[in-house]
Design a protein around this ligand. Sequence first.
Ligand code: F6R
Length: 261
Amino acid sequence: MEVLIRDNAETGCVLGARIIARVVRENPAAVLGLATGRTPLRLYQELIRLHRDEGLDFSRVTTFNLDEYVGLPATHPQSYRHFMQENLFRHLNLDPARTHVPDGTAADLPTECRAYEQKIAAAGGIDLQLLGLGRNGHIGFNEPTGSLRSRTWVKILSEQTLRDNSAVFGSVEAMPRHALTMGIGTILDARQILLLAFGPTKVPAVAQMIEGPLTAMCPGSALQLHPRAMVILEEESATGLRSTAHYRWIDRHKLAWQRYD
Ligand code: F6R
């Protein structure tokens, strides 16, 4: 796992956008795995800026989002399809037919999950998967104890996750209890993984993910198995780590082609 600690979330997000931009420049038909939530918002703004000001071309890019709430149609303001539409898709020159978010309204959810896996495979797999990190260590909606080899499936949201995501719904009671999410096995199949985690609430989960044991109790720790996983932190979210001097040393001694900023 490559740990990159930046001064603040702003510079971390700009770096994250550069990493994604390089993937798209090197392969204009890249397949991107995307996340929702507060963490990637600034990164998405930077991608939009790169598209607008520097001509970053998304016309041949395919996207697969990690997850969607069960029962929320694409038009629902709290659905992840709506979130992506508003915060990214409508600002880029993506082909709408190549943007994928699991369908939380599917009548047969297990079939929808299998179909999602098949679509990812048919697109040639995911080149880069963007991730945030839950306060309880979740990635996607893979909550603690979920199988480290899982494929896209239906998950029951933990009480912690419901509380963390309830602000936009007004209350926990108003929230769906279930979500469709790529499994941890699906995520690990991506050729490159980029996880962002900022702020004080993520300190314990960041420390467990990077320096703790590989365990289903911290789904993010599964990234320890991935040959090309990058984690972007800022000073605050890195405060629970023991080996920050080592991570900074590695960062400083990277070869020119390994650098993004
Ligand atoms: C979002 C997702 C979640 C979030 C995580 C962090 O699609 O799958 O795992 O990345 O809950 O959320 P924020 O960024 O809001 O702190």
